[in-house]
Design a binder for this molecule. Structure first.
Ligand code: CU
Length: 108
């Protein structure tokens, strides 16, 4: 029993200290970016797996100003965009028109 408790505690501690790598799926549909809210823990090294399946919106690229990312999203092709390590806070993403169409990554 005691051993089990120690393992559980160390797992919990390492999860808090090293949020680690995470890949989140994002789509661009007739509704724009989906989902519009992405939630990750502070310290997460985030990669977005993005597939644009619609030509109906202006979102033909993804722009993340805080990370100096501006990547084209070809129709019906999956693109991996490495966002990088995230500090606590909010990170906006969206289209090339000043993120008029877009969403937010909530890091908390
Ligand atoms: Cu736009």
């Amino acid at each position: 029993m005691k051993k089990l408790g120690i393992i559980a505690l160390s797992t919990l501690l390492s999860a808090a200290a090293f949020a680690g790598k995470e890949t989140v799926e994002l789509k661009v549909t007739d509704e724009g970016y989906e989902p519009k809210a992405i939630n990750v823990a502070p310290g997460t090294d985030l990669t977005l797996k993005i597939t644009r399946t619609s030509d109906a919106t202006c979102a033909t690229e993804i722009v993340v100003p805080d990370k100096k990312i501006n990547t084209k999203l070809p129709l019906n092709k999956t693109v991996f965009v490495h966002v990088g390590k995230l500090e606590q806070g909010e990170v906006r993403f969206g289209c090339g028109m000043n993120l008029m169409e877009g969403g937010k990554i909530y890091v908390k």
